[in-house]
Design a protein around this ligand. Structure first.
Ligand SMILES: [Fe+2]
Length: 243
């Protein structure tokens, strides 16, 4: 089954679902989208990360009661400005993978200036974690390499793995983001596609993203890797800090 590495499913913590009912609805949509596991990734700025494990456990129980057999994992979406203020315990809760290969979901900023992203990558790595960059296609200066701070420089700084939003591939974030997402896929630079779902009206789109890529000429088995095998292996096997 598919695995979502970037998904706002916890109720009432960030700009995701506002109620348990909405979370259950969103979880049901994820299952219908072919997903078996969702990593709960609330924005760090909106939640006490130390409370995330208990919140996930509570939602697991609520899904069980509602008869929704979706597996949940603990995580968080870290922004560049969050890193310095996160304790070691918070970073550890946000991280995935086995010891020695743990990694953090670090989002590319939607703003024009990604300079802080490079500092954040450096700090996360210095604290012992590899990085998966969330939605780079939504960061224009990163995509255009403005000021010598593009994806090549980011890869050279130790963050080559990219998670593209399915919602970019479906055009939700505009034509430019859609084109960049497609460009990254064509260049073989997309490790993972995730929905970055927030609520039932901005729900899971892995099937739609797979359809968008296959209709653009990608082989279905290549695309399925990005929504199933690869995210699954990142959770189980992690990312080496030094490739
Ligand atoms: Fe997100």
């Amino acid at each position: 089954m598919r695995v979502e590495l970037h998904f706002h499913l916890l109720p009432g913590v960030d700009d995701g679902p506002t109620s348990v009912q909405e979370s259950i609805e969103l979880a049901t949509l994820a299952l219908a989208d072919g997903t078996g596991t969702v990593v709960c990734t609330p924005h760090v700025r909106d939640v006490d990360v130390l409370s995330v494990p208990a919140r996930v456990e509570e939602l697991r129980a609520q899904l069980r009661t509602a008869g929704v057999p979706l597996q949940l994992e603990i995580g968080a979406e870290v922004a560049q400005d969050d890193v310095a203020g996160m304790s070691d315990a918070a970073l550890e809760i946000a991280a995935h993978g086995p010891p020695g290969r743990r990694w953090i979901l670090l989002e590319a900023p939607l703003s024009l200036d990604p300079a802080g992203l490079f500092d954040a990558v450096a700090e996360v790595r210095a604290r012992g974690y590899a990085v998966l960059i969330g939605h780079p296609e939504r960061c224009p200066s990163l995509m255009t390499g403005q000021g010598g701070r593009g994806l090549d420089e980011l890869a050279a700084a130790g963050a080559p793995l990219l998670q593209v939003n399915g919602s970019s591939l479906t055009g939700r974030h505009g034509e430019q983001a859609r084109r960049w997402a497609l460009e990254l896929a064509r260049a073989g630079r997309v490790a993972v596609i995730a929905s970055d779902a927030h609520r039932p009206s901005r729900g899971p789109v892995l099937s739609a993203a797979v359809a968008a890529l296959t209709s653009a000429g990608f082989a279905p088995e290549t695309v399925e890797l990005m929504v199933a095998e690869t995210p699954c292996s990142l959770l189980r096997e992690g990312i080496p800090l030094f490739a």
